[in-house]
Design a protein around this ligand. Structure first.
Ligand SMILES: [Zn+2]
Ligand SMILES: [Zn+2]
Length: 347
C-alpha cells in the first residue's frame, strides 16, 4: 500500500515525509479491524512529532522510525478479526484515536484517554497517512447515513478535543456569561460551534490570522479580536473584568503567558494547545481564585455526541483536501497557516 513515512525528527521541521510502497497491516488479534482510510486529518501534534517533542514518550528507544503518522482517521472497514461483531466489511466508520482496553478501571469509568493499556495509532505506532491502518473494534463509531469520511475525519481528534473542552466549559457558563476561545483553527472553530449548540454563553473569538477571524464571524462568534498587544484589556472591557471561561487552543508562541490574565475572579482556564510553559504567580491564583487545568482529547461517548451534532448540521468541520502525494505541501501550508479549519489527507 501507499503510505507517507517519517524518517527523522527535526526541531526545525525541514524534513520531508517519504511517500512509498509499504506492507499493508494484517490482523493479529480477534478484536482488530483494518480500516481503508477515506481521510486523515493533519494535526498540530503531527508537527510536534516531527519536531521530536513526542520522541521521549512514544519512541524512547529510538527504534520507531520510519513510521506512519496520522491519528484523525475515518474510512471504511476492510477486514475484521474473528471476534468482531459490531462492524462488517464496507461499513463507513470514524475511529476514536485511542485504542483503549475496556478492561481497566479507568475504561470502566468511561475515561478512554486514561486507559492503563491504551495504544495510539499515529503516535508510537503506524497511523492513517496511508491506504490502510489497523485499530480495534472498540474504537469504531459507524457513520450516520449520508455522512462521508472526508467530512468528519478530523472530528476524531481535533473535533473531539474541542468538544470535550466546550462541554466542560458549558457546565460553567450561564447565558450571559463569556467564553474566550484563543485560536480559531482546526479545534477552535469546532469549539465555537459546539458552544453555540450546547451553551447560551457569549463567545469571544481571538485569532491573529484574518482568514480565521472571517471563519469565526461566519460561525457566529459574538466578538472577534485580532489578538494584538491589548487583547487582555479588550477582553476585560467586553466582559467587565474577565471571561468566565478561557479555552487556550494555542498553548505556546506567547499565548500561554496571557491566557490566564483573561480569566475573571473564580473563572476557569482550559489549556488544550501545548508546547509552552505557564508561569502564574501563586498570589494571582489565590487572590483571583482562578482555576487552571488541561483537557485531553475526549472519550468515546463524547465522540458519539459530536457525531450526532454533526449529523444534525450543528457542528461542521471546515477543511482543505490534499492527496497523500501532496502531504509535504499540506504540512508546509499548515505550518504557515495557509488554510482555515483543518487540512485533510486523502490517500
Ligand atoms: Zn490530533
Ligand atoms: Zn483501559
Amino acid at each position: 500500500m501507499k503510505a507517507a513515512r517519517l524518517y527523522e525528527y527535526d526541531p526545525k521541521m525541514n524534513v520531508q515525509l517519504r511517500i512509498e510502497e509499504v506492507k499493508a497491516p494484517t490482523i493479529t488479534a480477534p478484536d482488530e479491524v483494518i480500516v481503508r482510510v477515506g481521510a486523515a486529518g493533519l494535526c498540530r501534534t503531527d508537527l510536534h512529532i516531527i519536531e521530536g517533542v513526542w520522541k521521549p514518550t512514544m519512541d524512547p528507544e529510538g527504534t520507531l522510525l520510519p513510521y506512519i503518522m496520522g491519528h484523525e482517521n475515518a474510512g471504511w472497514v476492510e477486514e475484521v478479526g474473528s471476534g468482531v461483531r459490531s462492524v462488517k466489511r464496507g461499513d463507513a466508520v470514524i475511529c476514536h484515536p485511542f485504542r483503549s482496553c475496556g478492561i481497566c478501571l479507568n475504561c470502566r469509568h468511561g475515561e478512554d484517554m486514561y486507559c492503563d493499556n491504551g495504544q495510539f495509532p499515529g503516535l508510537g505506532m503506524n497511523g492513517g497517512f496511508a491506504e490502510y491502518f489497523i485499530t480495534s473494534e472498540r474504537s469504531l463509531i459507524k457513520l450516520n447515513a449520508n455522512i462521508t469520511p472526508i467530512e468528519v475525519a478530523p472530528l476524531a481528534d481535533a473535533g473531539i478535543t474541542a468538544y470535550r473542552a466546550a462541554k466542560r466549559a458549558a457546565k460553567l457558563l450561564r447565558p450571559g456569561s463569556y467564553c474566550v476561545l484563543l485560536g480559531i483553527g482546526g479545534l477552535g472553530h469546532i469549539a465555537l460551534q459546539s458552544l453555540h449548540a450546547i451553551s447560551g454563553c457569549r463567545i469571544i473569538a481571538v485569532d491573529r490570522e484574518p482568514a480565521a477571524r472571517v471563519l469565526a464571524k461566519d460561525l457566529g462568534a459574538d466578538f472577534i479580536l485580532d489578538g494584538g498587544p491589548n487583547v487582555v484589556e479588550e477582553v476585560s472591557q467586553i466582559t467587565g473584568g474577565g471571561a468566565h471561561v478561557v479555552i487556550d487552543f494555542v498553548g505556546e508562541l506567547g499565548v500561554e503567558n496571557i491566557c490566564w490574565k483573561m480569566v475573571r475572579k473564580g473563572g476557569q482556564l482550559f489549556v488544550v494547545g501545548y508546547g509552552g510553559n505557564i508561569n502564574v504567580p501563586t498570589a494571582h491564583l489565590v487572590i483571583e481564585e482562578i482555576n487552571i487545568g488541561g483537557s485531553l482529547v475526549g472519550n468515546f461517548t463524547e465522540l458519539v455526541e459530536l457525531m450526532e451534532l454533526n449529523a444534525d448540521g450543528k457542528v461542521k468541520m471546515h477543511y482543505t483536501e490534499y492527496n497523500l502525494a501532496s502531504i509535504n505541501t499540506a504540512l508546509d501550508d499548515f505550518k504557515n497557516r495557509r488554510f482555515t479549519g483543518r487540512g485533510v489527507i486523502v490517500p
